[in-house]
Design a protein around this ligand. Sequence first.
Ligand SMILES: Nc1nc2c(ncn2[C@@H]2O[C@H](COP(=O)(O)OP(=O)(O)OP(=O)(O)O)[C@@H](O)[C@H]2O)c(=O)[nH]1
Ligand SMILES: [Mg+2]
Length: 492
Amino acid sequence: MAFEGLTERLQKAMRNLRGKGKVSEADLRETMREIRLALLEADVNFTVVRNFVKRVQERSRGAEVLEGLNPAQQIVKIVNEELTKTMGEEAVPLNKSDKIPTVIMMAGLQGAGKTTTVGKLALKLQKEENARPLLIAADVYRPAAIDQLETVGKQINVPVFQQGTDVNPVEIVKNGMAKAQEEHNDYVLIDTAGRLQIDEKLMYELKEIKALTNPDEILLVVDAMTGQNAVNTAEGFNEALDITGVVLTKLDGDTRGGAALSIREVTQKPIKFIGQGEKMEALDVFHPDRMASRILGMGDILSLIEKTQNDYDEKQAKQLAEKMQNNTFGFEDFLDQLEQIQKMGPLDEIMKMIPGMANNPALKNVNMDPKDLEHIKAIIYSMTYEERNNPDLLNPSRRRRISRGCGRPIQEVNRMIKQFNQMKDMMNKMSNGNMSGMEQMMGNMGGMPNMPGMPGMGGGIGGKLSEMAMKRMSRKISKKMNKNRRKRNKKR
Ligand SMILES: Nc1nc2c(ncn2[C@@H]2O[C@H](COP(=O)(O)OP(=O)(O)OP(=O)(O)O)[C@@H](O)[C@H]2O)c(=O)[nH]1
Ligand SMILES: [Mg+2]
């Protein structure tokens, strides 16, 4: 698996901060040291590592971070943002010419994946833009290179222009361009020869092809598995050709991460695509933010942190975390949670963001019926305050009273309480770090205080609940709660 070692070590570096209310200068130094080692071991360029660590350290040192309620979480966020920045911030689209054809020229060392990428990119353009590309076979050195491109062309049903191996590559490209004009192809993709190393002759030939075709894109194809070498190669090609972008291939293999993290900063040229397999479909647009999350092994957990940070009062979150840990979470808190969830957005979307949760069978029926929620509300409102805050009080006679009060069958009351207790149990386990894999990671980042308990209800309580109904409900509940609070405060 790609980035395995790096992911593990970065997670470990940040795990040390878990449970710390404040991060001391020494804690921070230790974490930074581990992050630096993790990156160097992943074959990230030395200068890139130095700049990266410096930025993370400076930002983490800010008083706000150190005194924040969730330093570990905040540092994870900073690391993620700086990783993203290192890789280029945003996806950069393919250059396109005003008039057809857009010319895309590949360059790269032997075996990097040029020929494969020509095919993948042609297929992508065909699929996404209904494009009619022409592929030009300009590798006349490696035996069977032309056959390989022909095979690729047939596979994706795209024409290949070739003149065998006896014609000069620059001549072939010139004729191929004329052919594309004739056929009104909207893209021309030029497959060029590779060498074991950068050499004068190859560069000269590529420069000639560049001068002839004035390409909109010169995509340097580099093998992510080659780490630092990939970076050196990229520098060399960039100096000679002034490339416009990079395609990073073989990210499906167990690459350490050095190339992905270094190339952008070293060459100042964007990674535009990543190859993640041998199949023609295995080419994806490069998104620095997604790659950063992937390197951190966090799925979309970071957008979830962001969401909760924006929407959730940290103090409240801390109180909730304590309640989960001490197992004193009651129905009153549950109502609070309903309100928080409503602020965050549709429940199923929130759930999908938690790695490992998206496919969790227990959460399949997380949709709820508005009627069911009305019933839950009715049941909770028929409880006394004492009962809400201490659900253990709910003995059979109290349950019968509640059932009569809300007009719901006793079985339903029992079921609701049972499910509530299960949820509470789950939350308690989660907040005490008793989880596996990603959920654990999340817990590690600060006891997972921000996760509302609701999703844990896991559909047990109900069928489906639309977003609208949830919002309506939540508003009603919060109004009533505020009223109750005021009453309570008066009593005191
Ligand atoms: N796993 C994996 N294999 C890839 C990927 N891209 C290319 N390959 C494989 O890498 C090998 C070399 O790919 P080519 O496309 O022939 O490389 P090239 O740069 O054209 O090589 P030369 O023509 O010799 O310079 C082939 O076996 C490809 O199937 C990728 O993203 N993932
Ligand atoms: Mg090739």
